[in-house]
Design a protein around this ligand. Sequence first.
Ligand code: SAM
Length: 258
Amino acid sequence: MDKHAYYQQAVQCVEAEIDFVSETFRQLRGRSAITLREDFCGTAQTTCEWIKRGDAHKGYAVDFDPLVLQWGERHNVSALNAEQQQRINLINADVLQVQTPAMDMVLAMNFSYFIFMGRGEMLDYFNSVHRSLAGDGVFFLDAFGGYEAAKELTEERDCDGFTYIWEQSSFNPITAEMQCYIHFETDEGVRMDRAFDYRWRLWTLPEITELLREAGFSEVDVYWEGTDEETGEGNDIYTASTEGTADAGWVCYIVAQK
Ligand SMILES: C[S@@+](CC[C@H](N)C(=O)[O-])C[C@H]1O[C@@H](n2cnc3c(N)ncnc32)[C@H](O)[C@@H]1O
């Protein structure tokens, strides 16, 4: 059982993520992005996808856990060809301190920045991303919410050869802090409990967008998912919106322009 391989298969869809950020950047800025920094990169799968998408692309992947970076190096970076490997940098650092050249795009995905518990710390992070961006750079984040986000619950999803189990183990309405876990169970019944452990604050969209504006981002938009008319489910198309729907659980992107 390899928890990072399971995580990549069950949680990440880096192709769709890179489609969204590269197309949105082009629409907003009228040019193609070249440089991307993936904060909280884990195995750096998203940065590797970016490198593969264009011969001029450069990528910087930042995580403070050396073990997950080693895994990414061994499994994702090593799968790139020699020329592509020259264009990727894995950086073992705290996102609050990391120094990189001016970036076209910085990404904070899979809600990783929810790790910051207070507005002062969140503002420090947003300020440092603002400083890291080129003059026309764009910061992309995702967020989740809805009335089930604040519930204690467990959800299971079948994957190829194993089950992905998401547990919202506790939620404290006074601080909005939540404790979540990812567990895995193979089809043979072997269980990997608490493969990943997340202590997060469940930030609301107005809190996040207000802090981004406070950090100096000139335009901050929420990109909300459209609805498939036949199924009534999300259609994977995210557009800048000022009104969302009161869904039980939603995921959206936030796009902050320098
Ligand atoms: C939820 S995973 C995100 C993985 C991947 N980016 C994704 O989209 O699925 C969170 C990662 O953030 C890293 N992390 C948490 N706090 C950090 C910090 N302050 N600086 C750098 N990395 C951090 C953890 O080591 C972990 O690998």
